[in-house]
Design a protein around this ligand. Structure first.
Ligand SMILES: NC(=O)c1ccc[n+]([C@@H]2O[C@H](COP(=O)([O-])OP(=O)(O)OC[C@H]3O[C@@H](n4cnc5c(N)ncnc54)[C@H](OP(=O)(O)O)[C@@H]3O)[C@@H](O)[C@H]2O)c1
Length: 247
């Protein structure tokens, strides 16, 4: 029988300092209670200290562009960095991404800027998932969370604007949904999910006013949502509260 799962709660992580949701991109962290251990794979800055919290429970390794030369838009780089680690991983967070300069109107569209958005927000995570597959266990539950954004939801789009970012995240959602179908054939206990983190105080939102959640709080919520998903719930789009987001 599986032991009780222990996750960092919001209170515990909200007070941590630093920035970037990338703090949750850690790997191979054995949580108390998980008999198989649980892994968080880092693809970001990890400056928050959440990594330290998790490290107290097991092995934690973060991967990033600055630290490991991982450029998700360059498949050779993805293959090299992911080929240099050994699995299997029980939990992976892919939380790279960039906002660019969101367009307010069609007049502001630039083909080059749009392609750059697709490269970093859709193609990048797709390449990560491709090269991640050999590192996922087939004989036990494994979870892969991919940070998307609610603005990538077509059904939720009532305001318009932000063409490139919206479209790139919508493409990402399709990639994750499609990958979930394929991965389920070889890894029946796998969960892949698109996750919306909420509005979070990171460099990403620095230029935007309004209330923002602390990265640690958002990270804890996302981990709890991902942890609560079963293989039957794979391939969907969830927000930080665990609610389904419309495609
Ligand atoms: N913050 C929010 O309110 C919010 C809301 C909705 C969705 N999101 C999503 O959440 C995710 C994380 O955003 P964040 O707020 O944590 O932003 P962030 O602090 O800017 O982190 C983005 C991370 O992506 C990495 N990255 C960017 N381009 C990369 C590339 N080509 N190769 C490898 N790594 C790359 C950055 O690495 P470097 O450190 O090397 O630059 C950074 O660690 C994004 O997918 C974003 O779309 C955020």
């Amino acid at each position: 029988m599986a032991e009780e799962r222990s996750l960092p709660d919001a209170d515990k992580t909200a007070g941590l300092t630093g920035e970037g949701l990338s703090l949750i991109y850690l790997r191979l962290c054995s949580f108390g209670g998980y008999n198989a251990g649980i892994g968080y794979w880092g693809l970001g800055r990890d400056r928050c200290g959440f990594g330290d919290t998790l490290a107290a429970r097991g092995e934690v390794v973060g991967l990033s562009r600055s630290g490991d030369g991982l450029d998700v838009t360059d498949e050779a780089s993805v293959a090299r960095v992911l080929g240099g680690v050994s699995g299997p991983f029980d939990l992976v967070m892919i939380a790279t991404g960039a906002l660019g300069v969101p367009e307010k109107s069609l007049r502001a569209l630039s083909g080059q800027a749009m392609l750059a958005q697709f490269a970093v927000n859709a193609v990048g995570p797709a390449l990560i998932i491709k090269h991640l597959l050999p590192l996922l266990p087939k004989d036990r539950e494994t979870r892969v969370g991919v940070l998307s954004a609610r603005v990538g939801s077509i059904g939720d789009n009532a305001l318009g604007g932000w063409y490139s970012y919206r479209a790139a995240k919508a493409a990402l959602n399709q990639v994750v949904h499609t990958a979930a179908i394929e991965v389920a054939r070889s890894h029946p206990l796998a969960v892949l999910a698109c996750l919306h983190p909420g509005k979070v105080a990171t460099s990403f939102t620095a230029g935007y006013p309004g209330e923002k959640d602390a990265p640690g709080l958002s990270a804890a919520r996302l981990l709890a949502v991902l942890d609560g998903l079963s293989p039957a719930e794979s391939g969907r789009f969830y927000d930080y509260a665990g609610k389904i987001v419309a495609w």
